[in-house]
Design a protein around this ligand. Sequence first.
Ligand code: NI
Length: 169
Amino acid sequence: MQLNRFMSVYEIVQYPDKRLSMPGERVEEVTPEIRRIVENMFETHYAAPNCAALAATQLGVPLCITVIDFSEQKNQPLCLINPEVISGEGETFTAEGCMSVAKVHERVKRFERVTVRAMDLDGKVREYVEEGFMAKCMQHEIDHLNGILFIDRLSALKRKIINLRFRRG
Ligand code: NI
């Protein structure tokens, strides 16, 4: 991605910041302002080491937008606006982490395959049929946009242990 002087990097909000549990608002239209936000989101994504995806709600921007790119070369950007899982099948149980929840990796139950409906940057509503890491990534990001973190999907005991750790700092 070409850098330009209008781009800027957002701060990634860290758990237990309350903003992470607030759902994003739907985007009605892809305006120049929305495009600028998306550019900044990708800029933030590519500046963060080991980042697969970011949701706007993690960046202090309460909108239903996520940017995804886990390619080796960081050259396969995907932006989903107002994404929702419309169907899912199969089940996986694999480790996840999150840029907003430092140093926690826990296994989470997800659909193995999903159909996701979302608007793209041209304002077109599309359906994505995905499996594997992309399916997991989309489900994690859509959770973010609904104010849900992956640790919210763990057992009460695991959450308690994690919370103790964050309270100690
Ligand atoms: Ni995350």
